[in-house]
Write a protein that binds this ligand. Structure first.
Ligand code: ATR
Length: 503
């Protein structure tokens, strides 16, 4: 179930929020702590207003949760505890289907009385603990205690601080399959719990409407959850894919792959996973399980020891941007690493040239991980490559590593990235692979004068219009921008993933 967090300052605001999202949600939680003091006095009328606005009885159609979250639990309520209990009592009487009562209310006589009132009224109790800063080690024991042998719905909201925490949370979820519960990891490390709430055994996932005060960090909007992640159609058979990196929140890959899975009607989803520790991610990937994974900074080298086998592009680049689970029976079993930057770089180049780059003279600016994949691709195709880098030793190292792999008839040389370096003979194509130009700032070779005949290719795609590309285009050069390479390498990944997805 999808629960919309009603986080407006007024009941009217919350009603409007609910009305515009009824098609996307199954229930809603009124966050009374976020209402103004005046509005709190009027909550008794809210279930009736919702019923009227929706034109159908609330009951099971759109159950409401009544919650007054204290500031100490990550909410906004700071007034007296007796007034808070009175508000909860009012919600119970007013016809809210559920009331959220924190675990400590089991201890005090006044708190017990509220619970008793809920029980006799038929308002279900959600017994909660909210940890806004961390995650208790004994999540399983806590969930069981909250549940009170099934008499109440256990709600444990925690804040995983590492990928390993997420694994621990999943283990706790697996061990409490028999318990009716709401289990949510907030914050960036907890994001997968929001999409995979059923996998985490949680009866609901909470969403906040975009533009509202977010009820908790890491929330996702109801439209993204239902349309991009197709939440309602996620089943135990859904194959999981994702991208690991740090940071990861702004990756374009989830949009790209989820749209294609949906278009091809594949029961597969692709999630952004914030990863601080690659080993912990592989534990998660085996448990969930994952079937294919994209890799971005800073893990492209760190994943290598975990792969059973890799393609030649990965060996050459010394880095891997994709790995997939090998088919059952494949030898060796485990993960297979692929560097899709190699075909991803070549596809738009071939298109722009109208032919393979074999025999052409190419300057590659930069000698980092990305340059290695680019140089390998070019040499395999039989191009003659000059690698120019700020640190010339690094360029020389790249050349000596890749030269033995050059089976395609190409050749590689290195030089310094400097105005006096002679690029003659290497000007058919000029490829820019350094990070200079990211965020639209900087030019790695401002002294380089284009004569208009070069094909200029910048692999930076944030933004694709780098100063280098703009300068090349104004000199009359044909250009290829980094977004083309991004799409082509993503397409190569998708072809690997879709073979492992199920329809
Ligand atoms: P990636 O894996 O994305 O290629 P990397 O391995 O850190 O990243 O490599 C970054 C590349 O950008 C290197 O070629 C680096 O040059 P050095 O090897 O001399 O460091 C290049 N680079 C980064 N900042 C630069 C700058 N301001 N001017 C020129 N080159 C730069």
């Amino acid at each position: 179930m999808i629960c919309l967090e009603l986080t407006g300052a007024t009941l009217r605001e919350n009603l409007t929020l609910l009305q515009s999202h009824t098609n996307f949600v199954n229930m809603a939680e009124l966050r009374i702590d976020l209402l103004t003091t005046d509005e709190r006095a009027a909550i008794a009328g809210f279930p009736g207003q919702v019923e009227q606005a929706l034109g159908r009885p609330l009951g099971r159609a759109l159950p409401l949760i009544c919650t007054v979250r204290r500031a100490s639990d990550g909410g906004s309520y700071v007034a007296s505890e007796s007034e808070r209990l009175r508000l909860l009592e009012e919600g119970i009487t007013a016809g809210f289907a559920y009331v959220d009562l924190e675990s400590d209310l089991r201890e005090s006589p006044a708190g017990k009385a509220v619970g008793e009132h809920a029980r006799v009224t038929g308002c279900e109790i959600i017994r909660s603990i909210y940890d806004p800063v961390g995650q208790p080690a004994d999540a399983e024991a806590i969930v069981r205690r909250l549940s009170d042998d099934g008499r109440e719905i256990a709600r444990l909201t925690v804040t995983p601080r590492t990928t390993a925490d997420l694994v621990v949370l999943l283990e706790a979820a697996d061990r409490t399959r028999d318990v009716r519960k709401i289990l949510i990891g907030t914050g960036p490390y907890g994001f997968p719990t929001r999409i995979l709430s059923r996998r985490f055994g949680s009866m609901l996932t909470c969403v906040s409407a975009p533009g509202t005060e977010q009820a908790a960090p890491g929330h996702i909007g109801p439209v993204d959850l239902t349309t991009l992640y197709r939440f309602r159609d996620i089943t135990p058979d859904t194959r999981l894919f994702g991208i690991i990196g740090s940071p990861i929140a702004h990756s374009r890959s989830p949009q790209y792959h989820n749209r294609r899975f949906a278009a091809d009607q594949l029961n597969a989803r692709y999630l952004p996973i914030l990863v601080d520790d690659v080993q912990a991610f592989f534990n998660l990937a085996d448990r969930l399980p994952f079937h294919g994974v994209s890799v971005t900074m800073p893990h492209k080298e760190a994943v290598l020891p975990f792969l059973a086998d890799v393609d030649a592009g990965t060996t050459a680049a010394g880095s891997c941007n994709t790995f997939v689970r090998r088919m059952p029976g494949a030898a060796p079993p485990g993960w297979f690493g692929v560097n899709t930057d190699v075909p991803g770089f070549l596809a738009p180049l071939r298109e722009a040239l109208g032919e393979n780059p074999g025999g052409l003279g190419v300057t590659v600016i930069g000698a980092g991980g990305a340059a290695r994949a680019v140089v390998y691709a070019l040499v395999q195709e039989g191009a003659r490559v000059l690698v120019v880098n700020r640190s010339v030793d690094r360029a020389a190292g790249l050349v000596s590593d890749l030269q033995p792999l050059g089976s395609g008839g190409g050749a590689i040389a290195s030089a310094s990235l400097a105005p006096d370096t002679d690029l003659n003979g290497y000007r058919d194509v000029i490829v820019q692979t350094t990070s200079v130009g990211m965020h639209g700032v900087g030019d790695p070779a401002p002294w380089l004068r284009f004569d208009g005949t070069e094909l200029v290719y910048d692999i930076v795609y944030t933004p694709p219009e780098t100063p280098f590309i703009v300068r090349a285009r104004s000199a009359g050069c044909r250009t290829v921008t980094g977004d083309r390479m991004f799409d082509a390498q993503a397409d190569a990944q998708y072809r690997l993933f879709s073979r492992l997805a199920v329809s």
